[in-house]
Ligand binder design. Structure first.
Ligand code: ADP
Length: 559
């Protein structure tokens, strides 16, 4: 529509010239023509706004879907995926790449449609006016199209380089400017080094951006020259036809000014839209690579949802190796855990304790053997029902930047305040929460109210108490707390262990003493198993670990 309106000025212009070059120009006619031209301009502008609105809505919808899909896809990936990829890389996909697509879509989509329509209309009009001049004008087009293909290929390459560098910069910034990163830099007084490192990344980005921009610019210049040279050629031939009396002045002038301008404009519009699109193909490629990376922890097609979980867990000859590792992190583990038991995992660092609990949570799948919950292979249970029945307390609990209430009911969003308070009391947090400036509404997490290590652990315990899962996986904090915090946590933990199957990477004497089974791991192998007293008597690995690891606890309890 807008393109069609752009055809009208050509006719108006031609009529105007013809009118003015008549022996007795009619003023009313001239004014009428000019008025018509103005009206068409206004109409064109209005249609332009409407078309822009439509194109923006369409492209923003595409971008919205893309972001949603990427986010959902990434959330579905396994833990392994996130250890393999830098978190900055992932962020860059969602921010830089999607942004890149957004720019191209909003700018090019409309450009394509408008320029395409204009081109078609213009060609038809040209032939209607004078076929000889039309053929001549069209001869210029291939001269533009051929280099366009070359330029497109070049754009794809330069754009890919820019996106890759943007990824590196984002990942670097995320690593360095995170709280832990900054602390490390300051602690080692490495600001100068980091500044230089960033300067290298940054200047590389600058160079690549300049190159990408210049590739587009050179091509733009080429088109501009053609735009100027075209009219000259048309005027030359048109003049020839004019002197032979086989074309009117209005037609010739219309061709060499308005038509060539519009034609050039539409070809340039198409050209730059094609260039931008070629550049964006590089970005699409990156995003499709992400989407094509299928989660390695998908559920079986016939996976069942477990309505009622008792919490019996068994490891049937389970072996797991990390990619590229020389030895399995867990080798041929055979374990039967009854529902409701407390299992303590102990062993030197690197023994495979974390791997054991990651297998139980199905953060990873074993290469051999089966991990079973209530007699079902974990792979045959829907991920949703599996994770509903499992609660996890990490060694360094993570809190989102939001209210304490929202953090607590993360595992049970519909929990009422009464339930929340009950969990808070059971986790020995009541006194602490009551003393907070806004109670449960206090913002905690990254930039919120700072919690001490012991408080954070108790919040994490309350969070799991509220979720009330059948199976608990707990990585006890290694840091020794003051006696008061320690006792508060111990009491909270006893309540946590009471009603469910618990697998605990144990660092506390109180935990191992009350465990139903202690599994002693060493280099991926379960060396000893049994209760605390029996294992002590055995005088083996457990005894040695016990004497070195838990001596401090005993001193603490005695104090
Ligand atoms: P623990 O929790 O007892 O300290 P882990 O289960 O974390 O032990 O580790 C067992 C072994 O697997 C160690 O040798 C460790 O280096 C290795 N490992 C752990 N995580 C990874 C990983 N993501 N990639 C490769 N190797 C790993």
């Amino acid at each position: 529509m807008q393109a069609l309106l752009q055809l009208v000025p050509v006719l108006v212009f031609r009529a105007l010239v013809d009118e003015l070059t008549r022996r007795h120009p009619h003023f009313g006619g001239v004014a009428g023509l000019l008025g018509l031209g103005l009206l068409v301009l206004i109409a064109g502008g209005l249609v332009g706004v409407a078309a822009n609105y439509l194109a923006t809505v369409i492209s923003e919808n595409i971008v919205f879907d893309l972001r949603q899909q990427l986010f959902g896809h990434l959330l579905g990936q396994s833990m392994g995926y996130f250890t393999r990829r830098r978190s900055g890389d992932i962020l860059s996909n969602l921010v830089n790449d999607v942004d890149g697509i957004e720019v191209v879509l909003t700018q090019s989509l409309l450009n394509f449609i408008r320029s395409g329509c204009l081109l078609v209309g213009m060609v038809a009009l040209m032939f209607a006016l004078d076929w000889r001049l039309a053929v001549l004008a069209l001869l210029i087009v291939p001269v533009v199209v051929i280099p366009l293909r070359l330029a497109s290929r070049k754009m794809y390459g330069t754009r890919m380089l820019v996106q890759e560098q943007l990824t590196d910069v984002t990942a670097y910034l995320q690593e360095t400017l995170g709280l832990s990163g900054v602390m490390l830099v300051k602690a080692f007084a490495r600001q100068e080094l980091e500044r230089e490192r960033f300067a290298r990344l940054n200047s590389d980005l600058r160079a690549r951006q300049v190159r990408a921009a210049m590739t587009a610019r050179w091509f733009g210049m080429f088109l501009t020259i053609l735009q100027a040279a075209g009219p000259m050629l048309l005027l030359l031939i048109g003049g020839l036809l004019l002197t032979h009396g086989s074309a009117g002045l209005g037609t010739v002038l219309a061709f060499s000014t308005v038509i060539v301008g519009q034609l050039g404009g539409s070809v340039q519009g198409l050209g730059s839209a094609a260039l931008a699109t070629a550049g964006s193909l590089a970005i699409w490629q990156r995003l499709f690579d992400v989407l094509d990376d299928h989660p390695d922890l998908s559920e079986h097609d016939d996976a069942v949802a477990l309505p009622e979980v008792r919490g019996a867990i068994s490891f049937d000859d389970v072996t797991f190796s990390y990619p590229g590792a020389a030895h399995p992190a867990l080798d041929n583990a055979k374990v039967k855990i009854e529902a409701g038991q407390l299992v303590a995992l102990v062993g030197p660092s690197g023994a495979g304790k974390t791997t054991f609990s990651a297998l139980a949570a199905r953060f990873i799948d074993p290469q051999r053997g089966k991990v079973m919950l209530d007699g079902h292979d974990l792979r045959a249970i829907t991920l949703d029902s599996l994770h509903r029945s499992i609660g996890i307390v990490f060694q360094d609990p993570y809190l989102f930047h939001t209210t304490l209430r929202d953090n607590l009911r993360y595992g049970r969003p519909e929990a009422a305040d009464d339930d929340i308070w009950e969990a808070v009391r059971d986790a020995n947090l009541e006194e602490f929460v009551s003393a907070l400036p806004h109670g449960l509404d206090t913002i905690v997490g990254e930039r919120g109210h700072r919690l001490s290590g012991g408080e954070k652990q108790r919040v994490a315990i309350a969070r799991v108490l509220l979720k009330d899962p059948r199976v608990l996986l707990l990585d006890e904090a290694t840091a020794h707390l003051d006696n008061v915090s320690e006792r508060l946590i111990q009491a909270a933990l006893q309540r946590l262990f009471a009603a469910r199957t618990s697998i605990v990477i144990a660092h506390r004497l109180s935990t191992v003493v009350s465990a139903d089974v202690i599994l002693v791991l060493d280099r991926g192998v379960i060396r000893e198993r049994g209760r605390h007293e029996d294992l002590l008597v055995k005088n083996g690995l457990y005894r040695r670990l016990h004497d070195s690891q838990f001596a401090a606890d005993r001193a603490g309890t005695a104090a």
